[in-house]
Each structure stands twice: as structure tokens, then as C-alpha cells.
Design a protein around this ligand. Structure first.
Ligand code: RNT
Ligand code: ZN
Length: 410
């Protein structure tokens, strides 16, 4: 079947062997927080708050580091290709009771060992939510100096953790900042909180750190902060462009008809890196598991067509607590990979030439023709070459794990 597919693609000038080599080297940064509903391991860890929400109480949530590591290791054994693990500061592994403004690289040493043992890169995020120092939904833009200073310290230390990851693992570490700051109702003054945020960022990013890719993640609104977000897209884009850092695009953080696939080429004219949070928003930033839908395919196409597989750093950001969390990881990650594979299997050269030559008739017909080529045969071959089964048996294995391991958790 694969040989047949290979031959069919070759008629369109697509070399499936080259594609198979390429796809396995595109890393996907998998979010650790799908495994435990964004709770983390802090002593007295609190429920998720800060404008984001998990819904559902499917049994078997990882309750500690050992369980999260076991679950991640097992889930990722069904995911082909290069993988990274995206951590949040709240996932520290320490005997001491440490507040966010006290974290140190050593609190994440166990994750470095885990990453080394499993061939993973590590990315990092300061955790500026689910904490009493989020006062009236504000952190870095708070009118209270002590609140701002607390979070500035946390973010500075988070960057040190990312630098430690980069040094230990010999690969970059994305350190992405998202804060929930905003107002429930129409503000009287939009600029003062923004100026305070700008000043806080200047302190956080004062020092360049080797191996760290710093990014800021904008958002349009959150639950309880519906009317105004301090860290809007324009604010962070302008900040990133003028301060040598990057804007992270989360596909759930824009207006309902606004898509990030359309933004990639614009940013690529100016930035050599674009970190992503790929997620699926259903009516709001609901962080559903990524499906193989039109927008994810379009994101993948933009990455591939623009020759940006090493510039666009694909990370995932979903957390569904209503289904088996390992299935969420596997399905969401594989869907991102399937979208990339489909994009790599398109004859982009011809279609670009059609556009340049203004042959829109051929472009329409040809791009529709691409859609029914046997990409799934190449996907199955990819799985086999990665030592994975090319059928649905992975699901039975997870069901077995659910019976033997997850269901035993309290
Ligand atoms: C929230 C942002 C943020 C978080 C994670 C947990 O709307 O998307 O990235 O989802 O960091
Ligand atoms: Zn995000």
C-alpha cells in the first residue's frame, strides 16, 4: 500500500521518503498540564483559577510527579517522532515548601533527568495564576507594588529554570509568559495597567539568557475578565518586536472568526521564531483536544509552505478533564503531526507557481486534487518506521492501563 502511495505522490513531484525523514524531526512540545487538569505539585495546590477552567472529572488524574511521569511516558510511547515536554512552574518537584518567588533550577532537576532518560527537550512557563497573589485578577499589572514584585521575581526565576534546561539538554527552551490580567467590566483607564506591565516586562527581560527563547502570550478575554485584557495581541506584538523577544500565538486567544494560520506569514516577515499553543476553542477559549480540522491543517500548511518548520515552534495547549487524559495527549499530538504530514505531502511548488503565474484555475483544481491523495498510507508507514502499530490497538493498550493503573487512583 505504501509503495503504491509513494508512486502516486511521485507523479505530483512529492518524494514521500524525504517527507518521512522530515516529519520525524519536527518536534511537538506536549503540554504536561493535560495530565493533571493544570493543578501541579505545589504543597496545598489550589484549584485552577485565573480566567481559565478545566471541566469534567474523569477518573485517574495524575496526583503527583511519579504518576504524571508514568502517564506521560506511556502516552508518548504511542506518539511518533521528536517530542518535547512543556512544563509549568507549578510542576516543581521539591521536598521544601517553596512559593513561586522562591523557585530554583534544582526544583526541576527531576524533570531534567526525566527528559534525558526519554530523549525530550523541555520548555517552561511561569505560573501566574491559581495563587493568592493574583489580586483582583491582576499580577504584573497590579497597582500594588508588592504584587508586581512577587510576579516579577517569579518570572525572572522561571527564565533561570529555562536557561538551566537549555544548558542541561543542549537544546533551546521556550520560556513563555502568560498572565490572566484583565477586568470583568469596562475599565476607566486602559493605559495605566499596560504601562505597568511594560515596566514589569523590562525588569523580567533585562538580562539575555543563553538558549532561552522568551515569548509573551496574548489573549482576548478570560472567564471573569471578559471586558479587557492587559496583555492584548497588539501590546505583546509591539513589545516583542521592540525588545528582541517573541510573541506566542495561542489558537484559542483571538476573536471567534480570527485564525492564527493567517498570522504566521505576517510574523515570519519580522521574526525568526514563532512559538505556538495549538488548541481548539469551542465557542470560547475552551482548550478542547486538537482535532484534525480545517484550521489545524491550515496552520500546518502555513508552517510547511513558508519553509518554517524550524521557526514555528509547535506547542500544544489543551486540557480536557472529561475524557481519558492519555487518550487526549495521544489524539491531540497525533492530529498535529497528521496535519504536518498532510502539508508536507502537498505539491506546494506547483501551487505557488500557479499563484505567481496567475493561473487560478489550475490552482483551484490542483489544490482540490491534493486532498484525496493517499496521505493515510504514508502516515501508517511513518508509524511502522517509528516502531508503532499502524492500527487502533493503541487505544486498547490505554484502556488496559486505565483498568490496571488509572482506576486504582483515589
Ligand atoms: C491561558 C493560556 C495559557 C495556559 C497554560 C496553562 O489562556 O493559554 O497558555 O493555558 O499556560
Ligand atoms: Zn496558551
Amino acid at each position: 500500500m505504501y509503495q503504491d502511495a509513494k508512486e502516486r505522490y511521485s507523479r505530483y513531484g512529492v518524494d514521500t521518503e524525504a517527507v518521512l525523514e522530515k516529519i520525524r524531526n519536527i518536534p511537538i512540545s506536549i503540554n504536561c498540564w493535560q495530565g493533571d487538569d493544570v493543578i501541579g505539585f505545589e504543597k496545598g495546590a489550589r484549584a485552577l483559577s485565573g480566567g481559565i477552567q478545566t471541566t469534567g472529572n474523569y477518573p485517574g488524574r495524575a496526583r503527583n510527579a511519579a504518576e504524571l511521569m508514568d502517564d506521560f511516558r506511556f502516552a508518548s510511547s504511542f506518539i511518533p517522532g521528536a517530542k518535547r515536554l512543556n512544563l509549568h512552574a507549578s510542576y516543581l518537584i521539591s521536598d521544601k515548601e517553596k512559593d513561586r518567588n522562591e523557585i530554583e533550577p534544582e526544583d526541576y532537576r527531576a524533570w531534567v533527568d526525566f527528559a534525558k532518560a526519554n530523549g525530550l527537550g523541555l520548555d517552561f512557563n511561569p505560573t501566574c495564576f491559581s495563587h493568592p497573589m493574583v489580586v483582583n485578577n491582576l499580577t504584573l499589572s497590579s497597582p500594588h507594588r508588592e504584587v508586581r514584585e512577587f510576579w516579577i521575581e517569579h518570572c525572572r526565576r522561571s527564565r533561570q529554570v529555562a536557561a538551566y534546561f537549555a544548558k542541561e539538554l543542549g537544546t533551546y527552551s521556550v520560556c513563555n509568559l502568560w498572565i490572566p490580567d484583565g477586568f470583568k467590566d469596562t475599565p476607566a483607564d486602559r493605559i495605566t495597567p499596560r504601562l505597568r506591565l511594560k515596566e514589569a516586562l523590562d525588569e523580567i527581560y533585562a538580562e539575555k539568557l543563553e538558549g532561552v527563547i522568551d515569548s509573551v502570550e496574548s489573549k482576548v478575554f478570560g472567564i471573569g475578565v471578559e471586558s479587557f485584557t492587559v496583555g492584548s495581541s497588539e501590546f505583546y506584538l509591539a513589545y516583542a518586536a521592540t525588545h528582541g523577544i517573541y510573541q506566542l500565538l495561542d489558537s484559542g486567544h483571538y476573536h471567534p472568526t480570527e485564525v492564527i494560520s493567517e498570522k504566521l506569514s505576517a510574523l515570519l516577515c519580522f521574526f525568526d521564531r514563532i512559538p505556538l499553543h495549538v488548541t481548539r476553542s469551542v465557542r470560547w477559549d475552551s482548550d478542547h483536544v486538537v482535532r484534525l480540522d480545517d484550521e489545524i491543517r491550515e496552520i500546518a500548511k502555513e508552517i510547511v509552505r513558508n519553509d518554517a518548520t524550524d521557526k514555528v515552534l509547535v506547542g500544544l495547549d489543551f486540557f480536557d478533564a472529561s475524557i481519558n487524559r492519555l487518550v487526549a495527549w495521544i489524539t491531540g499530538t497525533r492530529n498535529m503531526q497528521k496535519a504536518l504530514l498532510m502539508a508536507l505531502l502537498e505539491d506546494n511548488r506547483t501551487m505557488k507557481a500557479d499563484q505567481e503565474n496567475e493561473d487560478y484555475t489550475h490552482l483551484l483544481a490542483y489544490s482540490e486534487e491534493m486532498k484525496t491523495l493517499p496521505w493515510s498510507e504514508v502516515w501508517d508507514e511513518y508509524l511502522r518506521r517509528e516502531g508503532l502499530r499502524d492500527d487502533f490497538s493503541w487505544f486498547d493498550e490505554i484502556r488496559k492501563y486505565e483498568r490496571d493503573v488509572l482506576s486504582k487512583r483515589g
